[in-house]
Design a protein around this ligand. Structure first.
Ligand SMILES: Nc1nc2c(ncn2[C@@H]2O[C@H](COP(=O)(O)OP(=O)(O)OP(=O)(O)O)[C@@H](O)[C@H]2O)c(=O)[nH]1
Ligand SMILES: [Zn+2]
Length: 343
C-alpha cells in the first residue's frame, strides 16, 4: 500500500470518528438543554466537588452529606475535587435527587497542582486551607526535608502546618527534634504533635482540622495512612460520602476525594495517593528563596539585582545571617536545596 493511500484512508477514518464524536456531544448537549429547559432539573444550588472522573463528578450539596453524581455542562472544563460549584439536581418520583448537572464553577481560594506525565502542571484539588506536612520521630527527617516541604507548600500559597507524628517514640525530654520544631514555631509555622498509639494522641490535630479543608503530605512511613485511618475510622464513612453508583467505579483509587471528618467540627480532608506524594519537583531558584519566609524581608535588597546570595558583596541575605536574623542552618539548607536544583 502506498504511503499516500494509507494516509488518505487514515484521514478519512479520523474525520469519521471526529464527526461521530461531535455528533454524540451535540446530542448530549441538546438532551441536557432540553431537560434544563423542560424544568427536569431543579433550582440552581451550591455544592462542592467530592470526587471527579473526567466529565463526571460527585457533588455534595451544601445541606446534605450524600453526594450526587453529576455531569458537566459542555462549556465547563477542568473542575477538580474541592471546587465549589453551582449545580441543579433531577429528582425521581419519590423526590430524591438522583443525578445532577453542574452549571458553573465558583472562584477558587487556592489550587494544588501536580505535574502530569508530560511535566505540565495540572490542578488536582482546589480550595484547600492548609497542607499538613507530616514527619515522624522515625524515620527521622533528614536535614532540610522539612524545608523542602515548606518551600513547596509556600509556592502553592496554601498555609503549611507541621505535624510531628509518633511522639510516643520521643526520648525523655524531647530531644533535638522538639528543639528543631520550636525553631519553626518561632518562624510562625503552626506545629502539632501526634501519636496514633494513644487514645488522646490526636486531640491537637482535631483542633487544628476544625473548620478547614486539609491535605496530608509527607515522606513514606511517617504515618499518614495511620493518621487518616484514625480520623476516618469507618471505611463505610469514606465510601458512604459518595453517590451509590460511584461505588461501582473501577477508576476510583486515583482521583482525589473530599471527606468530611466525623469527629471534628466541619473539618474536611482531601486525599489521594498523588497528593500525599506532593514534593519539590518543579520549583526554581526564586521560588526556593521565597519559600524561606524569613528571607522575604531581605529579598530584592542585595546590591546586585541578580545576586545569587553566595559571596557577593552587599548581599542582604548574607548580612542578615551575619546579624543573626536568619538562622545559619536555614541558610545552609537554602544553599543545599538550590544546589540540588542545579544537579
Ligand atoms: N510508634 C508509632 N508508630 C506509628 C505511629 N503512627 C504510625 N506508626 C507506624 O508507622 C508505620 C508507617 O505508617 P503508615 O501510616 O503506613 O505511614 P505512611 O506515611 O502512610 O506511609 P506510606 O503509605 O508509605 O506513604 C506503620 O508501621 C505504623 O504502624 C505512631 O504514632 N507511633
Ligand atoms: Zn544576595
Amino acid at each position: 500500500m502506498s504511503k499516500r493511500k494509507l494516509s488518505r484512508q487514515q484521514r478519512w477514518r479520523i474525520e469519521k470518528i471526529q464527526a461521530e464524536r461531535a455528533e454524540r456531544a451535540a446530542k448530549r448537549d441538546a438532551r441536557e438543554s432540553e431537560k434544563l429547559a423542560a424544568g427536569e432539573y431543579g433550582q440552581e444550588r451550591p455544592g462542592r466537588v467530592t470526587a471527579h472522573f473526567g466529565r463526571t463528578l460527585d457533588v455534595r450539596p451544601e445541606d446534605s452529606d450524600e453526594a450526587v453524581r453529576c455531569h458537566l455542562r459542555a462549556n465547563l472544563e477542568g473542575l477538580v475535587t474541592g471546587d465549589r460549584v453551582i449545580w441543579r439536581g433531577r429528582e425521581d418520583p419519590d423526590g430524591r435527587v438522583v443525578e445532577g448537572v453542574v452549571v458553573a464553577r465558583g472562584e477558587r481560594d487556592s489550587v494544588l497542582e501536580r505535574p502530569d506525565a508530560r511535566g505540565q502542571l495540572k490542578p488536582v484539588a482546589a480550595n484547600i486551607d492548609q497542607i499538613l506536612i507530616v514527619f515522624a520521630v522515625e524515620p527521622e527527617p533528614h536535614p532540610n526535608l522539612i524545608d523542602r516541604y515548606l518551600i513547596a507548600a509556600e509556592a502553592t500559597g496554601i498555609a503549611p502546618v507541621l505535624v510531628l507524628n509518633k511522639i510516643d517514640l520521643l526520648p525523655e525530654g524531647g530531644g533535638e527534634l522538639l528543639a528543631l520544631l520550636r525553631r519553626y514555631e518561632g518562624l510562625g509555622y503552626p506545629v502539632v504533635t501526634t501519636t496514633t498509639e494513644r487514645e488522646d494522641g490526636l486531640d491537637a490535630l482535631h483542633a487544628r482540622l476544625a473548620g478547614r479543608t486539609s491535605v496530608f503530605v509527607g515522606q513514606s512511613g511517617v504515618g499518614k495512612s495511620s493518621l487518616i485511618d484514625r480520623l476516618l475510622p469507618d471505611e463505610e464513612l469514606r465510601i458512604g460520602a459518595l453517590s451509590k453508583d460511584s461505588r461501582k467505579g473501577t477508576h476510583t483509587t486515583t482521583t482525589a476525594r473530599l471527606y468530611p471528618l466525623p469527629d471534628a467540627e466541619s473539618a474536611e480532608l482531601i486525599d489521594s495517593p498523588g497528593i500525599r506524594e506532593f514534593g519539590l519537583g518543579h520549583l526554581d531558584e526564586q521560588q526556593v528563596a521565597e519559600g524561606f519566609i524569613e528571607f522575604r524581608d531581605f529579598l530584592g535588597r542585595c546590591r546586585f539585582r541578580d545576586c545569587r546570595h553566595r559571596h557577593e558583596p552587599g548581599c542582604a541575605l548574607l548580612e542578615a545571617v551575619e546579624r543573626g536574623e536568619i538562622h545559619p542552618e536555614r541558610f545552609a539548607s537554602y544553599r543545599r536545596i538550590v544546589e540540588s536544583l542545579e544537579s
